[in-house]
Design a protein around this ligand. Structure first.
Ligand SMILES: N[C@@H](CCC(=O)N[C@@H](CS)C(=O)NCC(=O)O)C(=O)O
Length: 189
C-alpha cells in the first residue's frame, strides 16, 4: 500500500489527499508534526516538506503538483484533467500560476501583511467563476482541487467573505465526498 506523508493543517497535502480520495486509492497516512519534524523526513524530501507520496516499489515523490499529476497518470479513472486540450492547458496554467493567483496573497494575509491583495485575488476568482462553472472550464478537476484547500482554510482562519460565484463553486466542490472529507479535516483543526 502506498504511503502519504502528510499534515492535516497543510493545504498542499490536502491536494494529494483529495486526489487520492477521488480515485479511491487506499493508502497509509503518516501525519508529520511540522513543528517537530522527524529527521528522516529530510531523506524523503530534502526540503523536509509535506506532502510526500511513497510507493512500495521505491518511488518517493514530493511536491503536491507533481503528486497530483502522477496520480492522474497512474490511476486515470475518474479523469481529473479536462477532456478538452484547451481546458487541460488552462488547468495546468491555474496550477502553475497558483502563487500569483492566490497563494502569495493568502500567505501575506496569514502573516498579517494586509488583506487587500487577497481580496483582489478572490475578486479575480469570482470573475473567472462567473464565466464558467469550474476553474478550467466545463469540468471539475485538478485546477479546482489545486485551489479549494486554501479557500476552505481561509474561511476558517481568515473569515473570508466569498462572492456568490465562488461560494456556489465551493458548495459544488463540497458535494464531492473527497472535498467534503477535507472540509471535515479543516473543521477539526
Ligand atoms: N511546493 C510544495 C510546498 C509544500 C509546503 O510548503 N508544505 C508545508 C506545509 S503546508 C511544509 O511542509 N512546511 C514546512 C516547512 O516549510 O519547513 C508542494 O507543493 O508540495
Amino acid at each position: 500500500m502506498p504511503t502519504l506523508y502528510t499534515a492535516d493543517r497543510c493545504p498542499y497535502a490536502a491536494r494529494a489527499r483529495i486526489v487520492l480520495a477521488e480515485k479511491g486509492i487506499a493508502y497509509e497516512a503518516v501525519e508529520i508534526d511540522l513543528d517537530d519534524r522527524p529527521a528522516w523526513m529530510y531523506e524523503k524530501n530534502p526540503t523536509g516538506r509535506v506532502p510526500v507520496f511513497e510507493e512500495d516499489e521505491g518511488l518517493v515523490l514530493p511536491e503536491s503538483e507533481v503528486i497530483m499529476e502522477y496520480l492522474e497518470e497512474r490511476f486515470p479513472e475518474p479523469a481529473l484533467w479536462p477532456d478538452d486540450p484547451a481546458e487541460r492547458a488552462l488547468a495546468r496554467l491555474w496550477l502553475q500560476r497558483f502563487d500569483d493567483r492566490l497563494g502569495d496573497a493568502y500567505y501575506a494575509a496569514r502573516r498579517g501583511d494586509g488583506r487587500e491583495q487577497l481580496e483582489a485575488r478572490l475578486a479575480d476568482l469570482e470573475r473567472a467563476l462567473e464565466a464558467q462553472p469550474w476553474l478550467s472550464g466545463r469540468e471539475y478537476g485538478l485546477a479546482d482541487i489545486g485551489y479549494v484547500p486554501w479557500i476552505l482554510r481561509g474561511l476558517e482562519r481568515l473569515e473570508l467573505e466569498l462572492g456568490p460565484a465562488l461560494a456556489d463553486w465551493l458548495e459544488r466542490c463540497s458535494s464531492r465526498p473527497a472535498v467534503a472529507q477535507e472540509r471535515a479535516v479543516v473543521a477539526a483543526l
